[in-house]
Write a protein that binds this ligand. Structure first.
Ligand code: GTP
Ligand code: MG
Length: 370
């Protein structure tokens, strides 16, 4: 399941080493006896010798530590979509998030005070949508750098008076790379120089062709400032999410991603998490990156204490021993001792890697002196 030397492969295939080297040369690979060759090369060699090579996936330690289990598809249920908003500077992302929050969240709120936890849920026709309040780019880059994918749908905000700009294109590329569907919100249509068709035209050049022009992309004209088109946009999000068949098992092992975290003077490390599977409960033992802890309290996006949070719910948790990183994945462990052992193992690994880096630097310095 890992690279082998030419000699080892020869032994495994019961062939002369020289012959294996010759075959490798024939395949375009120059190799010596003790050189390691990868599984692709071993498979190719197997083909040459008519030997069936079965490459077993390497034992994925990370996956084991994260207690990854297959979910039975028949017990999965629909979950709310998780949406991020992207677009060029000043095109109206924050205004749109505020407009959605104000029209849908504060209206149902007693007193209208909404705690900021970096994500919130709105409800439309009894169905929920989760919005990540982080800048879309950060949500994509930091999250994906850590192997997490949190976004189900991207809202691409394009100002109707400005058009497609560099960060618009960047956003499209991020969403495409992550295979996330895009809904275009053409913003600022209240402006006199707004030109919806021009935006459609420009986006066509980036592979986003409007439905009414024979393509597959949904365009919704909005004014975030005047709160026009917001309901339509939310309905389109639900439509796209239905097609995406977003599912999770509320009874499965709770897991998800850290959206943001900071040290709170009074409460200690506080982390906003997105639950992606299972139902996170107060009292659960959580491992997140290099940290772990028992969930002491949870606060939802309305600032209310809750005892549990299901799939696609954003919630702030208190009780971790340290501040995790945005993008760290979390999983609930049954056993506190194992949770601690794992975080220690991870910290040791990191320390070793850092020491390795330092040693290399010293060696470089040494060579410089010679
Ligand atoms: P960055 O966070 O800097 O990237 O900007 P943003 O995309 O969050 O834009 P923001 O929401 O801050 O809006 C930028 C400016 O455009 C503000 O002055 C808004 O008031 C204005 N604006 C946003 N939406 C609309 C709209 O629908 N119509 C009009 N006329 N102005 C808008
Ligand atoms: Mg903004």
């Amino acid at each position: 399941d890992s690279p082998m030397t030419v000699a080892e492969v020869a032994k495994l295939f019961k062939k002369e080493t020289a012959d294996v080297i010759k075959k490798l040369l024939f395949l375009g690979m120059m190799a010596t006896i003790n050189q390691e060759i990868d599984t692709d090369a071993i498979e190719l060699l197997g083909g040459e010798y008519n030997i069936e090579v079965e490459v077993r996936a390497p034992r994925d330690e990370e996956a084991e530590d994260m207690l990854v289990e297959e979910e039975d598809p028949s017990i999965l249920v629909n979950r709310p979509p998780v949406v991020t908003i992207m677009g060029h500077v000043d095109h109206g992302k924050t205004t749109l998030l505020d407009a959605i929050r104000e029209t849908k969240v504060t209206a149902t709120e007693a007193g209208g005070i909404t705690q900021h936890i970096g994500a919130y849920q709105v409800e439309i026709n009894n169905r929920k949508i989760t919005f990540l309040d982080t800048p879309g780019h950060a949500a994509f880059t930091t999250m994906r750098a850590r192997g997490a994918q949190v976004t189900d749908i991207t809202i691409l905000v394009v100002a109707a008076d400005d058009g497609v700009m560099p960060q618009t294109v960047e956003a499209i590329n991020h969403a495409k790379a992550a295979n996330v569907p895009i809904i275009v919100a053409v913003n600022k249509i209240d402006k006199p120089d707004a030109n919806l068709d021009r935006i459609k035209q420009e986006l066509t050049e980036h592979g986003l062709v409007a439905e009414e022009w024979g393509g597959e992309t949904i365009f919704v004209p909005i004014s975030a400032l005047k709160k026009q088109g917001i309901e339509e946009l939310l309905e389109m999000i639900l439509l796209v999410s239905e097609m995406a068949e977003l599912r999770a098992n509320p009874d499965g092992r709770p897991r998800g991603t850290i959206i943001e975290a900071q040290l709170d003077k009074a409460r200690g490390p506080a982390a906003t998490v997105l639950v992606q599977n299972g139902t996170l409960k107060v009292g659960d033992i959580v491992v997140a990156g290099m940290t772990y802890g028992r969930v002491r309290a949870m606060v939802n996006d309305r600032g209310r204490r809750v005892k549990e949070a299901g799939p696609s719910a954003p919630v702030e948790i208190i009780g971790l021993s340290d501040v995790p990183h945005a993008g760290d994945q979390f999983v609930v462990y049954d056993d506190e001792r194992k949770a601690r052992a794992l975080t220690e193992k991870r910290s040791n690994k990191l320390r070793a890697a850092e020491m390795g880096a330092q040693t290399r630097v010293t060696l470089d310095d040494l060579y410089k002196q010679i």
